[in-house]
Design a protein. Structure first.
Length: 284
């Protein structure tokens, strides 16, 4: 089996996060266990989950089965989970976090995140107080957010005096969110991309642009898009339930995009997101 060496990204709090992880959205609790096990076998050392995915128990079973809940294996694994939006608030976040650790069968998680900003029912400031306590208790290493726009990041900073270390946003060639990315970079916030291929829609983007670049390098269209993210210094969490594709999604370092190829992918930016609007969406 090939051995893949995933680059590490240094976060503003000094922690190192593997630049490539496995996303587990839309995999049921029973089905996620073998998916995570095969990813760990393939060499993944970064698993991205959430309470809202309703599969934390299945992720926990995989971590236990593969021997990653304690010891040296645990030290070399990055596990992210996220607070359910309906459980935002100081007291409810503390209760939720205890439950989530139990489901994951872990003593700590590497990153805990606010899943959506819910500006229509803003509780991020009071929730963040609980988050900082988890960090002080050594039950969380890094604090992050998902789907926060600059105005949400400004508000969180005004209320807490702290920016998150990571902002996980929808990001792919046809939805590049350049203003959000520029804001994050200016404030020391690492950008993490979910739906890095627009749920597969971007594989055919640009009237064959991605496919032509893939053919030139002898790789898949998916590898071209993920390589573009890597070269942009973006953290990525592609989802795949198939062992062979999981391996391909790690195998991104045997080729480099030419400046012209990278610019051609940059030019695919468009006005349509594949997912939800952060101004209105919530995980109940």
């Amino acid at each position: 089996m090939a051995t893949f060496h995933t680059p590490m990204v240094t976060l503003s709090d000094g922690n190192l996060i593997p630049q490539i992880g496995l996303g587990v959205l839309r995999i049921d609790d029973e089905g996620v266990t073998p998916v995570v096990e095969s990813a760990l076998e393939a060499g993944y050392r970064h698993i991205d989950g959430a309470a809202g995915y309703n599969n934390e128990a299945g992720v926990g079973r995989a971590l236990r089965n593969a021997g990653f809940t304690q010891g040296e294996h645990r030290k070399n694994l990055w596990v992210t989970t996220k607070l359910r939006d309906s459980e935002q608030g100081y007291d409810s976040a503390r209760k939720a976090f205890d439950r989530q650790l139990g489901l994951l069968q872990l003593d700590y998680v590497d990153m805990y995140m606010l899943h959506w900003p819910t500006p229509f029912n803003w509780r991020s400031g009071e929730t963040w107080k609980a988050f900082t306590e988890f960090r002080a208790e050594n039950r969380v290493r890094t604090l992050g957010v998902c789907n926060f726009m600059p105005e949400h990041l400004d508000r969180l900073y005004e209320e807490t005096g702290e920016y998150p270390a990571v902002n996980q946003i929808e990001l792919h060639p046809t939805w590049q969110q350049r203003e959000v990315v520029e804001y994050c970079k200016a404030h020391g916030i690492a950008v993490e991309a979910y739906s890095p291929m627009a749920r597969g829609a971007d594989l055919n983007a640009g009237n064959g642009t991605i496919e032509r670049i893939a053919a030139a390098h002898g790789v898949t269209p998916a590898q071209v898009i993920l390589r573009w993210h890597i070269e942009n210094e973006t953290i990525i969490i592609p989802k795949s339930a198939h062992a062979e594709r999981q391996k391909q999604n790690l195998d991104l370092f045997g080729f480099v995009l030419t400046p012209e190829e990278h610019a051609a992918i940059d030019a695919l930016d468009g006005p349509t997101r594949a997912g939800h609007d952060p101004m209105t969406f919530t995980y109940a």
